[in-house]
Design a protein around this ligand. Sequence first.
Ligand code: AMP
Ligand code: MG
Length: 299
Amino acid sequence: MDKKEARIRILGKIFMYTVEFFHRKGFVQLMPVMLGKSVDPLGPDPGSSVVKIPEIEYNGQVLRLVTSMILHKQYALRTFDRLFIMSPNIRLERKERMKSGRHLFEFTQADFEIANAKMEDVFSIVEEYYSGLTGFLEKEAGEEFKVIGTEIFRFSPPFKRYTTKELKERYGEEWERKASLEHEQPFWALSHKREFYDKEDEKQPGEYLNYDIIYPLGYGEGLSGAEREHEYERIVMRIKRDGLDFKSYEAYLKYAREGFTPSAGAGIGMERLARFLTKASHIKDVQLFKRVPGIKVEI
Ligand code: AMP
Ligand code: MG
């Protein structure tokens, strides 16, 4: 086994741990969808830079390649209270992202959602997820880590929490990279101005009930999530405010009008987690079929 093979094997083990973890915590696993009528607009989000969301016409309908299943998760809460999907996402990131070391145009996230949950519920699930991962990998992937010559990272929650305002004051606009380099444990970055489905704090307009996990040592963002806007009027107001095309959200808005359940959730990027744990200089090193923005696909 060489280093490349070891990294790919470790990603598979992380996947296995993730599926088992969510089942153990009582989540129902749903299969991914790859085409949707309404999909995540991925913006406005300073962290996102997709060139376009591809559409195909099939059977008299316009379908979009799934950028994330957030809108489908809200719909799925009509049936299940706790759900997760190992969800492949297509995001045609602009080619400059090639150099970030952490962008792919095809990747997989462990995407979960919990009915009637608040941020704190998500924090405790996520911290439990990370802290159990170390022991699992010691048991299941010791050989692989030996081959790459890396110690298995010890997560020690609870992770520190900062608002993006605090981070910007301390590190400036490039807070993510700088703060990541200065930390030795992951931390939570709270309250980002981004997509319409992330809940705005009604007590403090302009503040958002959303959060990221930032991996330490320069690896950067590994998870994003939020409490969700679930009331039809607020969703419409947010879509308007973002200047999005209502036509793309017709399907979603129909269900929003019937009423969504309040919820909170998050998505954990599998390749980013494997990159961080295996200390790979570029995220492509955990992929066999490389999907790097700006680089031609081989097969
Ligand atoms: P998001 O909610 O858009 O932040 O996506 C959830 C998670 O998926 C992120 O926190 C990352 O771990 C991962 N992710 C997002 N975009 C990419 C990308 N272009 N390449 C690899 N992983 C990504
Ligand atoms: Mg994000």
